[in-house]
Design a protein around this ligand. Structure first.
Ligand code: PAF
Length: 278
């Protein structure tokens, strides 16, 4: 892949890169389509990265479907499909990791302490292999995008990170490869996440500025469903991920959440600019 990308670059073409873990859905297709619009050549990788799963997580049962992925990627405008194998990415004696401090240890990092180290390590490797002008990530994984943007700045990668809006099912549930784990009942209940995020947006629009009240209202909605466990619902600064107690006019606020429905853990978020006048 390195040689192919080098040849593409020598032709003066701009490479757009969409790294994925496969089981592609409309959310991935939106990233690929955006890359297609903005670049001359689109590379999509599929690699289920073992380094970002803790031993207790779903690495071995993570859904895989390469033929389907090739079809989705192709339809959305992919030129090169890159499917490295684990020994290629993590050969024997592999011992170099990339870790973004602070941003990686809050929110998701509290519950998945090694997760972002795995993400940044593999994304750094992929960026070094592909050398894209632009790389595309989904807003659904808001913290991931923020961590990767920090890594790219800190390590002087010549890649622009583009964050693409979350694609949702018609009822509002964010598209995710993990949605297939949900039972019928859990799938119906999971829409409460989107409803809770909308509630937070409404509260801010109508003048609420106390995070605790916003989180309280969201928590009440989510816990009205059976069999749910909230890992976090937070109100944070959208750039630093610092917890916010009171919202100030003009602030960029991120409201991320992680909730387990039975054995399935879903994440979602909304980004809000606090109105200047309430
Ligand atoms: O968002 C994902 O699918 C993964 O975390 C990524 C960025 C492809 C790294 O493995």
């Amino acid at each position: 892949m390195q040689d192919t990308c080098e040849a593409v670059r020598l032709l003066g073409k701009r490479i757009g890169f969409v790294p994925t873990m496969g089981y592609l859905h409309e959310g991935h297709a939106a990233l690929i389509r955006r890359a297609r619009q903005e670049c001359d050549c689109v590379v999509v990788s599929v690699f289920v990265n073992p380094a970002q799963f803790a031993p207790t997580e779903d690495f071995s049962r993570y859904p895989r479907s390469l033929d389907h992925d090739m079809h989705v990627a192709d339809e959305a405008g992919c030129d090169y499909f890159f499917t490295p194998e684990s020994p290629e990415m993590y050969p024997e004696h592999f011992s170099t990791y990339v870790q973004v401090e602070n941003l990686s240890s809050v929110l998701e990092g509290t519950f998945r302490p090694t997760h972002f180290k795995g993400v940044t390590t593999v994304v750094a490797m992929l960026l070094l292999i592909v050398h894209p002008q632009k790389a595309y990530f989904g807003q659904k994984d808001a913290q991931q995008s923020i961590v990767i943007q920090q890594m790219v700045r800190d390590l002087h990668f010549a890649t622009q990170i583009v964050v693409v809006p979350t694609v949702r099912e018609t009822d509002g549930l964010a598209k995710s490869s993990r949605n297939i784990y949900l039972s019928q009942r859990e799938r119906a209940d999971a829409v409460v996440l989107f409803q809770a995020l909308c509630k937070a947006e409404e509260m801010i629009a109508s003048g609420e500025r106390t995070s605790q009240k916003i989180v309280g209202a969201m928590t009440q909605m989510v816990t009205s469903k059976p069999n749910v466990a909230i890992d976090y619902i937070s109100v944070v600064d959208a750039l630093t991920l610092d917890l916010l107690e009171t919202l100030k006019p003009g602030m960029q606020v991120l409201i991320p959440l992680a909730v387990r429905f039975g054995a399935t853990r879903l994440i979602d978020n909304t980004r809000v600019t606090v109105p200047l006048h309430s």
